[in-house]
Design a protein around this ligand. Structure first.
Ligand code: MN
Length: 136
């Protein structure tokens, strides 16, 4: 297990049980501390007393959607150093442009690519400064 990820905290916001379990399993195996939220409000509740290094945010959520949740995250001063990654099933061109414009650090396409997923997260979480909103 890679030691460089030890103590790095990732919050996964995802309402699909299968995607959540796969992401949690892969990231825990890689040594990350993983927090979970199944909707936007649950994510905000977690963030009351936790400050993750990275948030993986599903854009399609049952209550407030990922875009709405993202806006609330950007208002939270505790999260200034937190990387926020869009987790999206659709890679439509307009959506990519939207994701960049909004200020996400990166996006990851579902279904999860089990070979590259952890590498993507490691690259983003260990990089200095903000990401450019590009695909991982
Ligand atoms: Mn969803």
């Amino acid at each position: 297990m890679s030691r460089k990820n030890q103590g790095k905290i990732i919050l996964i916001v995802e309402d699909n049980q299968y995607n959540m379990k796969l992401a949690v399993d892969l990231l825990e195996l890689a040594g990350f501390v993983v927090l979970k939220a199944v909707n936007g409000q649950a994510a905000l509740n977690v963030l009351v007393d936790k400050t993750p290094h990275l948030i993986l945010l599903d854009l399609r959520l049952p209550d407030m959607d990922g875009v709405e949740t993202f806006k609330k995250l950007k208002e939270n001063k505790n999260l200034e150093a937190t990387k926020i990654v869009a987790f999206t099933a659709s890679a439509m061109k307009y959506e990519e442009a939207e994701i960049k414009k909004m200020g996400f650090d990166a996006f990851i396409i579902k279904p999860i690519d089990t070979v590259n997923f952890v590498n993507c997260i490691e690259t983003i979480i260990h990089q200095k400064g903000k990401g450019n909103g590009g695909s991982c």
